[in-house]
Design a protein around this ligand. Structure first.
Ligand code: NI
Length: 260
């Protein structure tokens, strides 16, 4: 049975230009039942929808990533709203805050908040990017209270608990298999399996033993293996629970789509 639900991927990335179709169509033989491709701007949001139209196991999130902002971003949100009505658009994402790069914080917050308001208006979940912006991200999420996923979680156990209290899920990917992942391992240990969803962020962040190589959704098997070790349960238990969690985070039932 296919149990891998990849809640966060970027198959629009140029790393897949040479073999995107064979990678995506091959995933179903590698244990993958669903993939949500994240938009980062208008082009990649539209591209995500095109992939979702082509493959039954691919779904889309549409949104403006904090690294992709410019003077048109506020008006682009109107276009995101039009894309979000597509039946295979499951979420508004990837949206959030990135204080690692030198992008004006006020613009980031404004665009983030407008997209959270859009998600709430459309009753859609969100997929959140938070890089070195834990304080502001948490404050804004507490105020706007969207449903959805905090992707590639890099905060503390205390922050994870606050996110879970809001009814959101914690996204975990290849980072948890890295040698220096002490903080993420601790979060994984402390929070219930019921609050964890799996992801790749592919083509980036491939898990050990393929760290540094191109990532794809099938490699979630290694991430699940590491979580099973940390929690002292079987890989199958991890995959069954996280698939269920992802379905509930995105309000979708992948069995309906003819999942093997
Ligand atoms: Ni991403």
């Amino acid at each position: 049975m296919n149990l891998i639900f990849d809640t966060h991927s970027h198959y629009d990335d140029k790393a897949f230009d040479a073999d995107r179709d064979s990678v995506l169509s091959g995933l179903k033989e590698k244990g993958v039942c669903a993939v949500v491709n994240q938009g980062t701007d208008l082009n990649t949001s539209e591209f995500s929808l095109k992939l979702a139209e082509k493959y039954s196991h691919v779904y889309a999130a549409v949104g403006l990533h904090p690294e992709c902002l410019d003077e048109n971003s506020l008006s682009d949100i109107e276009e995101i709203k039009k894309l979000a009505v597509h039946p295979k658009a499951l979420a508004i994402g990837e949206i959030g805050l990135d204080y690692y790069y030198d992008i004006p914080k006020e613009l980031q917050k404004q665009v983030f908040i407008k997209q959270l308001e859009l998600a709430n208006e459309l009753a859609m979940p969100v997929n959140i990017h938070d890089r070195e912006a834990h304080g502001d991200t948490l404050e804004i999420l507490k105020k706007y209270r969207p449903k959805g996923i905090l992707h590639c979680f890099s905060g503390s156990v205390e922050m994870a608990r606050e996110i879970i209290k809001l009814g959101m899920y914690i996204g975990m990917g290849g980072v948890i298999t890295f040698k220096n992942a002490r903080k993420t391992v601790e979060v994984c240990k402390e929070i219930p399996l019921e609050s964890i969803v799996l992801e790749t962020d592919c083509p980036y962040l491939a898990p050990v033993p393929l760290r540094g190589k191109r990532n794809d959704s099938s490699l979630i098997a290694y991430t699940a293996q590491r979580i099973a070790e940390i929690k002292g349960i079987t890989v199958e238990q991890v995959l069954i629970a996280t698939k269920h969690n992802a379905e509930s985070a995105y309000n979708v039932s992948v069995e309906m789509e003819g999942c093997v």
